[in-house]
Design a protein around this ligand. Structure first.
Ligand code: ADP
Ligand code: ZN
Length: 615
């Protein structure tokens, strides 16, 4: 069997995605590899296919037990013998797995990195023929990454302790060059084949809203999406609680997830979401690394994350089935200070020495700035993301809020002059620059304590923009910042004019601002999702029903049987026999064997019903 045969027979796919083949070929040729692909890009195939073809066992190191559970279930479902060893197993269960390992029953074993600290495990493994060590979420090895896990540092010792060095394959969705270099160094990769691919997720629609009222906007967004399943990310546990209560009170089916809940409740809520018993998951960023739910139709961010890596990783949990999905960020000015708070209070770094901490903070502030730029840009949002990860792209994607948005141009020269001169007056008076918040309060004529203390209420610009709503004033300032007339120093949060400001103040340069018109509510305009367009809705519903029945019978999540994309393709191709069924994307031989009959029966019944004119 070759890699193409494995791809077809076990995974039911007809072709490789960009990057997969290069990495698989590298591993099969005995080279170490470093694969950088975003979440959902298809990293697992890159080690699962070699695992089947290489002589010997493949050990997969992965950070979360729930993730392993799903992967092992999916592999077993596809007829690929795999198992996991984890600390939650009973002695009997792990004995069973070890028996299987010794008798050569498995191709893949999944473990958490902590297992590498157990001498008994190392001893047993040294007796096995290990062909490949695959390191998932490899950025966890880097202290510069965001999810540093000290036990990842044990991987190198482990590899070196084996009688024969296996191929080492590292995978991550974190693409910064710095982290890539760190991974290669700490795993001592030997001249690895390196690829950065697939960062674009064309089925995801990106947008940023700046709503006056996030709560009501969120309720509207959720309502418009009907019975679709989605995730709402919040920055803090408290806002998870509030948002989840709010949605439930408004009659939606929402559950929640954050690190403050008991393990039992987290598992229960996650399962409720995974098995579609609850439609909306409201969560902190603690949720997601471990889930592989493919039919998530939207990811909303109630707060801005602290960098684009986090944002793209979380947003990328939408649309993993390839269906059209939406990623919408609700941006508010308070989000920046929340993100800064998290950067300043990152207890993960408390063990670093002060110099390293300061360096890390500097990097994090830079990344935060790029995230804020994303929220404020008028350029293609997808383009911004791809730039960040170093992938080439077309100038406009046509599938983001800025590419599709209707913009309106307004001349804001007068308000711009007022703001800039206020900054200047305050500096002249005090001898130093103050923050943006204070400038806005002076312009609006606030009786703020600090203004009175500093005696700023008698400035000529005090109260000059009393009649301008705060949000609008804030937008003016954002515009001045993005056009380079002012600079907000991220460290001291002072607002300074740049030399270009002089052109506006003294030489009559005009300033205009683009504002995005509110998008139409989906309810009025919703087209059917692109990929299921032209497919018989009734047939699709019948196939889904059959899938749910089978999933329930086997006690697995529905997508383990077949993904939505597979069912759509099936409804489109309406196969009449096993051969035709195999041409459906996502149907391999093992699944055809296991589920084929059940689905062919549905297809046939539907066909006859249609002929008899019943439908
Ligand atoms: P990652 O680990 O990179 O987040 P996965 O390996 O879980 O992503 O793959 C994401 C999805 O893409 C899975 O549903 C998988 O079946 C699908 N997939 C992977 N490779 C291919 C391929 N060559 N053709 C079609 N679908 C694929
Ligand atoms: Zn775009």
């Amino acid at each position: 069997m070759d890699k193409f045969a494995v791809l077809r027979r076990y995974f039911g796919h007809t072709e490789f995605r960009p990057g997969q083949e290069t990495l698989i070929d590298g591993i099969l040729a005995g080279r170490d590899v470093l694969g950088i692909m975003p979440t959902g890009g298809g990293k697992s195939l890159c080690y699962q296919i070699p695992a089947l073809l290489l002589p010997g066992l493949t050990l997969v190191i992965s950070p979360l037990i729930s993730l392993m559970r799903d992967q092992v279930a999916a592999l077993t479902g596809a007829g690929l013998p795999a198992a996991q060893l984890n600390s939650a197993q009973s002695l009997e269960e792990s004995r069973e797995v070890w028996r299987g390992i010794r008798s050569g029953a498995y191709r893949l074993i999944y473990i958490a990195p902590e297992r590498l600290e157990k001498p008994a495990f190392l001893e047993q493994m040294a007796r096995q023929e290990i062909a490949l060590v695959a390191v998932d979420e490899a950025h966890c090895i880097s202290q510069w990454g965001q999810d540093f896990r000290p036990s990842y540092l044990k991987i190198l010792d482990f590899v070196q302790s084996l009688p024969r060095r296996p191929v080492v394959a590292a995978f991550t969705a974190t693409a910064t060059l710095q982290v890539q270099g760190d991974i290669a160094l700490r795993l001592a990769l030997q001249d690895p084949v390196r690829t950065v691919t697939g960062f674009d997720r064309p089925n995801l629609y990106f947008d940023v809203y700046k709503p006056k009222d996030k709560r009501s906007t969120l309720r509207r967004l959720v309502a418009e999406r009907g019975d679709k399943s989605g995730i709402v990310y919040c920055a803090t546990r408290a806002s998870v609680e509030q948002v989840c209560d709010d949605l439930n009170a408004a009659g939606f089916s929402a559950t929640r997830y954050h690190a403050g809940l008991s393990e039992e409740e987290r598992r229960r809520n996650q399962d409720d979401f995974q098995f579609d018993r609850k439609l909306v998951m409201v969560a902190t960023n603690a949720f997601g690394m471990g889930i592989d739910k493919s039919n998530v139709s939207y990811v909303f961010h109630y707060n801005m994350p602290k960098n684009l890596e986090s944002y793209y990783q979380e947003a990328g949990r939408a649309g993993r089935d390839g269906e059209a999905a939406e990623c919408i960020l609700l941006y508010g000015p308070g989000d920046v200070s929340t993100a800064k708070y998290f950067i300043d209070h990152n207890s993960d770094n408390s063990e670093l020495d002060p110099e390293a901490q300061a360096e890390l903070r500097g990097r994090e502030m830079e990344r935060l700035q790029r995230m804020v730029d994303y929220c404020k840009t008028e350029d293609c949002l997808r383009g911004r993301i791809l730039d960040y990860f170093g992938q080439e792209h077309e100038p406009g994607c046509g599938n983001c809020g800025n590419c599709q948005g209707m913009f309106q141009q307004t001349d804001i020269t007068i308000p711009a002059q007022m703001i800039l001169s206020c900054i200047k007056r305050v500096k002249d008076r005090l001898g130093y620059y103050v923050g943006a918040a204070l400038i806005l309060r002076i312009l609006r004529g606030s009786r703020d304590k600090r203004i009175l203390e500093l005696g700023l209420e008698d400035l000529s610009t005090y109260g000059l923009m009393k009649a301008t709503p705060r949000d609008l004033l804030r937008s003016y300032l954002d515009c001045l910042e993005s056009k380079g007339y002012v600079f907000i120093d991220p460290n001291y949060t002072t607002l300074r004019p740049t030399p270009a400001a002089g052109e506006v103040l003294f030489r009559g340069e005009r300033v205009s601002m683009l504002t995005k018109l509110q998008p139409k509510p989906l309810l009025e305009t919703e087209p059917a999702p692109l990929s299921s367009q032209g497919v018989d809705e009734g047939l699709l519903a019948a196939l889904k029903e059959q899938r749910n029945k089978l999933a329930q019978r086997e006690g697995v999540p529905a997508y383990i049987v077949f993904s939505n994309a597979t069912l759509v393709d099936m409804a489109r191709k309406t196969p009449r026999n096993r051969e035709e069924l195999l041409s459906v994307s996502g149907v391999g031989e093992v699944k055809a064997q296991r589920y084929g009959e059940a689905f062919l029966t549905v297809l046939q019944a539907y066909d006859q019903g249609a002929e008899a004119g019943e439908l």
